[in-house]
Design a protein around this ligand. Structure first.
Ligand code: RNT
Ligand code: ZN
Length: 421
């Protein structure tokens, strides 16, 4: 098998070379890219607050009831481990504050500290990976009525402001302890189901709350703040306080990262073309790569045109230092480890395909106005043997080649997942 792959790769390499593409360089580049794996695919965004007697509310939800979801932090870590061993390259873990481990004691979200994540930090250290972080503005009694940082009640706002401050500090500590910058992303569900009269005051309150959260400067080497907009959600169909314009403006004015979630715009609106525009006005972006199906459904990412367009936008602009790629999907209807593997491998495949473009050639055709050849070449490129380059990359990275990874997941399901109640 490995001999076949070597042989095929040699031929593929020659084939690409005819187009002026160096497959070895593309692989090298791909190997340097870290994708942030979201922990919440492993337990349907449940978190572990209930283990310490904490209360839960709503604001976010996965659909499906595939058996074997992680019930404890150890189970979740073991599942992520499994997934990471089937994904080529070195990646990051993206944690939400509801994944804190506070023992038997319930700790308010506004009092969370880095010590509540020490197991996660040790785990990440052992794996030599970085971590990203998120305050959790959902699944809580104080978010039950759909408002958090823009809540009309000052005390509720105060609680959530304190939560944001606590989380940024935790992000800073992640950065210090792991030696990799942590991106702390703020998403809030605030909005109205039905048409509001007043669309401005909640936004004024949100701005004020964010200003308070971000008041203290944090060294960007350790922590970067990102803000995530949304067009609508379940229960906030008519009005979302943190709209795109709100956060685009906020990020530009306050030097924050803008987070673009692929499912947070109109159903046919992609995020790929927002990348080059927004990067003229913000330093960096965070991507929440997801797959909306008719709405913000958070389906597992697959290798479709939307995904390819995102990767091409990043690769063509050579924005790898300015775009943090995170995943955001939670499908509870299929094996959750397979979901991570499928989504992350698809993300990486799309990046590889984007890195295998004959950049100079395409640019020359375009700049000289030869749109016939531009179109012809673009179509031919779709038939190049990127699958062979991908297989070779997986082999070199010591992860299963092709569909073989599914066997590992099956074994794990039999041995581990099926034993969970
Ligand atoms: C929700 C946002 C948000 C969450 C995660 C869990 O619509 O996309 O990013 O999915 O924070
Ligand atoms: Zn998101």
């Amino acid at each position: 098998m490995s001999k076949n792959i070597e042989t095929s790769y040699k031929l593929a390499k020659e084939h690409y070379a005819e187009f002026g593409i160096n497959t070895d360089s593309a692989i090298k580049k791909l190997s340097s890219i870290s994708v942030s794996l979201h922990c919440w695919q492993g337990d349907d965004v449940t978190g572990f607050e209930s283990l310490s007697g904490g209360l839960s509310g709503d604001g976010i939800q996965a659909t499906g009831n595939y058996p074997g979801k992680a019930r404890t932090p150890d189970e979740l870590r073991s599942d992520i481990d499994k997934a990471m061993r089937l994904i080529p390259g070195t990646h990051k873990l993206n944690l939400h504050s509801i994944y804190a481990e506070t023992g038997k004691k319930s700790v308010g979200r506004n009092h969370l500290k880095v010590e509540h994540f020490s197991n996660w930090i040790d785990w990440a250290k052992e794996k030599k990976i970085g971590m990203d972080f998120n305050p959790s503005y959902f699944s809580h009694p104080y978010s039950k009525d759909g408002f958090t940082l823009s809540h009309i009640d000052k005390d509720v706002r105060k609680f959530w402001i304190e939560h944001g401050i606590a989380c940024r500090k935790i992000g800073e500590d992640f950065g210090k302890k792991l030696g990799r910058t942590c991106v702390t992303n703020f998403w809030i569900p605030d909005g109205y189901k039905d048409i509001p009269y007043d669309r401005n005051t909640p936004r004024e309150r949100l701005k004020e709350s964010l200003d308070l959260i971000f008041k203290d400067k944090i060294n960007p080497k350790f922590n970067l703040d990102a803000v995530e907009s949304k067009l609508f959600g379940i229960g906030s169909e008519s009005y979302v306080v943190g709209s795109h314009e709100f956060y685009m403006g906020y990020a530009v004015k306050n030097n924050k990262l803008l987070c673009l979630d692929a499912g947070h715009f109109h159903p046919t609106e992609g995020i790929a073309d927002k990348i080059s525009s927004s990067l003229l006005f913000v330093d960096s972006l965070l991507l929440h790569v997801s797959r909306p199906v008719r709405w913000d459904s958070d389906h597992v990412v697959i290798l479709n045109d939307d995904l390819l367009d995102i990767s091409k936008a990043v690769a063509r602009g050579n924005y790898f230092d300015r775009v943090h790629i995170g995943l955001d999907f939670f499908d509870a209807s299929i094996n959750r480890i397979a979901a991570w593997v499928i989504g992350t491998r698809s993300m990486l495949k799309s990046l590889l395909i984007a890195l295998l473009e004959p950049a100079e050639h395409l640019r020359k055709l375009e700049d000289s106005g030869d749109f016939t050849k531009r179109l012809a070449l673009a179509e031919e490129l779709k038939m190049l043997p990127f699958g062979i380059v991908w297989d070779y990359y997986c082999m070199k990275k010591d992860v299963p080649v092709g569909y073989a990874w599914m066997k590992d997941v099956e074994t794990y399901e039999k041995k581990v997942l099926s034993k969970r109640g």
